[in-house]
Write a protein that binds this ligand. Structure first.
Ligand code: C5P
Length: 220
């Protein structure tokens, strides 16, 4: 079960890159951020504060499923309900770092993530894939970009998805999430020692894809 681990902060183009790479190399694709988002939605629906200890039993009782959708995107269900759009709201984005800082929540979701590995090549994107979830991954990539470049990308994505967006607010949210994700005690965001660093600030999507496809053919 060869795994390609793609980690990095928000707005590096990680999701698009991981999905398109999986498509190019005929691999399955797993978006672990979507799992943390679904867990956060479960917590919100239960009326539990995202930073309280009560989040773990809520997540343990929630049935979170990820399945490939018609256009290569992931369909996420929570207790049988399609929540693919609901997990992308600002409300969920605002609380997800707090929920994902809970060590028990991480244990539960890591187990779910590992269950996706089978005989097929799997491209997995997240924050701790190369360091914790699949430490023996055949290829580890850490995507980076300046906070400004990342905020600009998120802002453009929001606009094209019809969501209201203010660039300064997106930048503040990117910086806040980076800080929370990289300073938390449980599995902080960091590059694995053996990860290949790719700075996407001045690269087009096609250039990033070409670089990663080259790495996959060299290593796998
Ligand atoms: O990738 P995405 O922006 O959807 O991730 C949402 C949040 O989920 C991240 O900001 C982080 O707090 C959390 N996350 C995580 N570990 C992962 C993937 C995501 O903690 N492997």
């Amino acid at each position: 079960m060869p795994v390609v681990a793609i980690d990095g902060p928000a707005g590096t183009g990680k999701s698009t890159v991981a999905r398109r790479l999986a498509d190019r190399v005929g691999a399955h694709y797993l978006d672990t951020g979507a799992m943390y988002r679904a867990a956060t939605l479960a917590v919100q629906r239960a009326g539990v504060a995202p930073d309280s200890d009560d989040v773990a039993p809520v997540v343990a009782a929630a049935e979170i499923r990820l399945a490939p959708g018609p256009d290569g995107a992931t369909v996420v269900t929570l207790n049988g309900d399609d929540v693919s759009a609901d997990i992308r709201t600002d409300a969920v984005t605002g609380d997800v770092s707090a929920v994902s800082a809970n060590a028990r929540v991480r244990e539960l979701l890591v187990e779910l993530q590992r269950a996706h590995a089978d005989s097929a090549l799997l491209v997995v994107e997240g924050r701790d894939i190369g360091t914790v979830v699949f430490p023996t991954a055949a290829l580890k990539v850490y995507l980076t970009a300046t906070p400004e470049a990342r905020a600009e990308r998120r802002h453009r994505q929001n606009i094209s998805a019809g969501r209201e967006s203010v660039l300064d607010e997106v930048l503040a949210s990117v910086n806040r999430r980076d800080h929370l994700d990289s300073t938390r005690e449980a599995s902080p965001l960091r590059a694995a020692d053996d990860a290949v660093l790719v700075d996407t600030s001045d690269m087009t999507l096609e250039q990033v894809l070409d670089r990663l496809t080259e790495l996959v053919s060299e290593r796998i």
